[in-house]
Design a protein around this ligand. Sequence first.
Ligand SMILES: *Cc1c(COP(=O)(O)O)cnc(C)c1O
Length: 382
Amino acid sequence: MAHQLETKLIHAGEPQPRIEGAVTVPIFQSAMFETAGGTGYHDLRYIRLNNTPNHRALHEKLAALENAEDAVVMASGMAAITTTLLTVLSAGDHLLAQDCLYGGTHDFLTQDLRGFGITFDFLEGDDPNDWQRQVRPETKAIYVESMTNPTLQVTDLAAVASFAKSHGLVSIIDNTFASPVNYRPSEWGYDLSLHSCTKYLNGHSDIVAGAVIGRADLIQNVTHKLNHLGGSLDPHACFLLYRGMKTLAVRVKYQNESAMTLGKFFDAHPAVSKVNYPGLPTHPAYQRSCELFDGFGGMLSIELEGGVEAATRFMQKATLPLIAPSLGGVETLMTRPAATSHAGMLPEDRQKVGVTDSLIRVSVGIEATEDLVADFDQALAS
Ligand SMILES: *Cc1c(COP(=O)(O)O)cnc(C)c1O
């Protein structure tokens, strides 16, 4: 019987029968396992080959969550991204990628890909006719994010997947911001979905991990590349990720609601000049977001009247949010991307993608919504 996501979070991937009757999967802190009938290198059971009981339980649960064929975990979100790109692309190949990518991904494309003999172009706008002009015979893949950082743009994700299909490209999406609760790329025709599990999937700001979820043949190729590149996840981190994931649905649904309430609060506040949140009717892709997502996520960004000075004052005055990078944990975090995650970009490039100097990004935690509203309200009053 097919279960709902909430049920799969608890029950999918559990070893049957349970190990010694243990209700949770214990940590298998053993580098290698006795050889059991495998025929090749990739069949050896060894932590780096990502096939210990802790890895296997995670792979099954992750694939089940996104209704995909298979999954593999890695040492970080960036390991998932780079291992996937280096699996799908070889020297001579070309990649089409959305602009305004996660900073690490942007830097890998712009600084490192060329060294592997791989070229890329950024997609211009939302129009498949534009993409048509950029696609080449050597184009092998198309790469997007479900919601972009930090301006929460939502591109036409359905059109990207069908464009990829009709041109024989591997479609890859970084689904970190939406999480499997709000968006499941396989259901929309994507070949591979990537996650920084550091964020919502783990949710407790205490490990770094990544995952690739999708088509079984591609996951097998990615796993073989990973076995060579070596970015495997330690069993203890596997255990923490597995534990964190069990509460993913209750956390993300609460964060969806809290972010919506905060978005409306900011939208109505005279000191706030702009709110970026895909759940607000003022968002340029609001209609599309309603069709794509089961929830609008826990990330939003705002601009204040009064520029950088007002922004830094507001961040100092707010007492509950921590000022820290990263996102998706139980505690509310704030950053000013122009000074942190996007500081390496040229100011004019930042402007082009909507990252103004006064933009503040908020990762909404699971504190009481009323307490957050009250705190932001007093911080805006000053
Ligand atoms: C954080 C993040 C990454 C990188 O993940 P790490 O776990 O830090 O390596 C990639 N994509 C997005 C959208 C992220 O937010």
